[in-house]
Design a protein around this ligand. Sequence first.
Ligand SMILES: [Zn+2]
Length: 242
Amino acid sequence: MSTESQALLRLQEVDLELMRLNGQLRAMPQQKKLDAIKAAKRNLAGKMKAIVGQRKDAEMELEDNEAAREKTVNRIAEVQGEAQERAQDFRGIRDLEAHLTALAKQLEKTEFKHRELEANLEKLMKAEQNALDLGRKLDEEQVAQQESFERSSSEVMARVRVLAGERKAALGAMSDEVKASYAAAAKRFGGLAVERLRGNMPTTCRVKLQQGIFNELMRGPVITECPYCHRMLVTEGALADE
Ligand SMILES: [Zn+2]
């Protein structure tokens, strides 16, 4: 059999085994946990963004509240000063006292709101801390699962590396045209890209070739296309009884 036919058939075997091994790796329990951790981290990142936004808003609200309080306190001092200056003017004093009462109420309201805002900020900071802690825990768990995965999969991974080497060697023995056909067929047929001819029957689709078509194929190139399923077809060795 020609080197290229051999390389093509070997490449098909290698790729099928690689697919099987990749399936095995994906099915390992650590992979499911790693997927779950990734999803949890994405979810947490979204929550964290919302919490940080709320926390910044809360800080700003608190600052505004404190500024408003200071303004009211200053205003009270001003009005009290005015009241002292106008000690003789009874009507003016009454107005100023009413003003002072209103300012005192406002101050009380602002201070009440301050306690509310502080409690809210505290709650958000706690939520942020919890989210940070959870993030750290997820990171640790991810590292642990990854290490466990690498330990459990080391044999499979060693085999994958050997196959990767063989794959490269097989590709090296193939023309660009055959390589391109293989890539297209592998994509089209979910990996099962190449079949052989055994007698007058292709090994994968197993549709018996009519004698005329068989004869024609045997006269053509040794790597061709199956007239029925359109996979790549190696006709070389069709009549050997290996
Ligand atoms: Zn076929």
